[in-house]
Design a protein around this ligand. Structure first.
Ligand SMILES: NC(=O)c1ccc[n+]([C@@H]2O[C@H](COP(=O)([O-])OP(=O)(O)OC[C@H]3O[C@@H](n4cnc5c(N)ncnc54)[C@H](OP(=O)(O)O)[C@@H]3O)[C@@H](O)[C@H]2O)c1
Length: 328
């Protein structure tokens, strides 16, 4: 099968497309023909070994798992002898798993207990590949904050993969959402369901002190002190994209005497989340936001776009060009 291999840490040029043996499913595995995947922050950060401790987890000199790709959308082509949940022909989408990766290839074998679900009828492969990372992460953090009806939630970085998903999910939870983005993305963020949109290039955030029950910082660009200023006393700050330097800065910054709960860490990968997202999508309560789509052969360009810091939603990679079997 064709796969994109990363056999050294570095710039997008380290990626090469090559033929490798297709995996064989074990007794509890499903073998999936992948139609689309995405290049997400997890992929380009791993490729660049950014932050440095990526090397401790994924390999000191090169990635131990050279096929990146933490999400997939594809169809089951074979099932192991003990598989009971899925059968040949099922269309699935979700996480491959951060420790296993493997989404940037034509086939993957995953345990049937993996963090994926059936795609709803009518969902395209590209939409299905664009949903798991941003929405899975946003759902993880918003659930931790127990977002509830009527709460005021501020999403900082509202046009990114996580941010655009967070705006939509917070809305489905009944929150009054304020999205923060730059001028060019204001209309998009409004169209995703934000009641208010602030333009960080023009609006003065300090005018909104003590206003939000939850502040979700999705892009790691807002000084922690500003998050503290924006959140109400006893509110919650979600730091979804904190790097070591920011973590350190936060510890030194303190909370200025305000009682605030700070929740960070890594998002979990759950099949139940994918099932929930499939239902929301089917009810038209959420939609995929796609920045751009590249065939696998041009995955290096997809990486460059993904790490630009300017993408809007997700960068999708298709295994065939054009993608096969878009809408059933
Ligand atoms: N903790 C976890 O488990 C977890 C999981 C997933 C992701 N993450 C982290 O979350 C971060 C975000 O990921 P992502 O994929 O959502 O990012 P992304 O899609 O690459 O974010 C791009 C967006 O960020 C916006 N942006 C850039 N500078 C900004 C600024 N100064 N203020 C506000 N918005 C700004 C851009 O909008 P404009 O062009 O309008 O500025 C662009 O639309 C990454 O660092 C990733 O590593 C963490």
């Amino acid at each position: 099968m064709k796969a994109a291999l990363v056999t050294a840490y570095g710039s997008p040029d380290v990626i090469h497309i090559t033929e490798v043996p297709a995996p064989s499913p074990k007794r509890n595995d499903v073998l999936i023909r992948i139609h689309a995947s995405a290049v997400n922050a997890a992929d380009w950060r791993l490729r660049r070994a950014d932050p440095w401790f990526v090397r401790l987890v994924f390999g000191p000199f090169r990635p131990r798992r050279p096929i990146l790709g933490v999400v997939f959308a594809g169809e089951v082509v074979e099932v192991g002898a003990e598989v009971t949940t899925y059968r040949k022909g099922d269309r699935l989408f979700g996480w491959t798993s951060i420790m296993g990766l493997g989404g940037h290839a034509e086939f993957i074998a995953l345990p049937e207990s993996g963090a994926f679900a059936r795609m709803p009828a009518g969902m395209t492969w590209t939409d299905a590949a664009a949903i798991p990372f941003g929405f899975g992460t946003a759902r993880h953090f918003l659930s931790k904050a127990n977002v509830s009806k009527g709460q005021r939630v501020l999403i900082y970085g509202a046009s990114g993969a996580v941010g655009s998903a967070a705006v939509q999910l917070a809305r489905t939870m009944g929150a009054e959402v304020t999205g923060v983005c730059s001028t060019g993305n204001v209309e998009l963020v409004r169209s995703l369901g934000a009641t208010h949109v602030l333009d960080y290039t023009k609006d003065d955030l300090s005018a909104f002190r003590d206003r939000y029950d939850v502040v979700f910082e999705t892009v790691g660009k807002l000084p922690f002190k500003t998050s503290v200023d924006l959140v109400k006393p006893n509110g919650v700050i979600l730091t979804g994209s904190e790097m070591p330097a920011q973590m350190l800065a936060r510890l030194f910054a303190g909370k200025g005497g305000k009682r605030v709960t700070v929740i960070g860490g890594t998002a979990g990968e759950r099949a139940a989340d994918m099932q929930h997202l499939a239902e929301l999508w089917q009810r038209k309560e959420i939609r995929a936001v796609i920045d751009s789509t590249y065939p696998l052969a041009r995955i290096a360009e997809a990486h460059a776009r993904a790490e630009s810091g300017r993408k809007v939603g997700s960068v999708v990679v298709t295994m065939s060009d054009p993608p096969q079997g878009g809408r059933p």
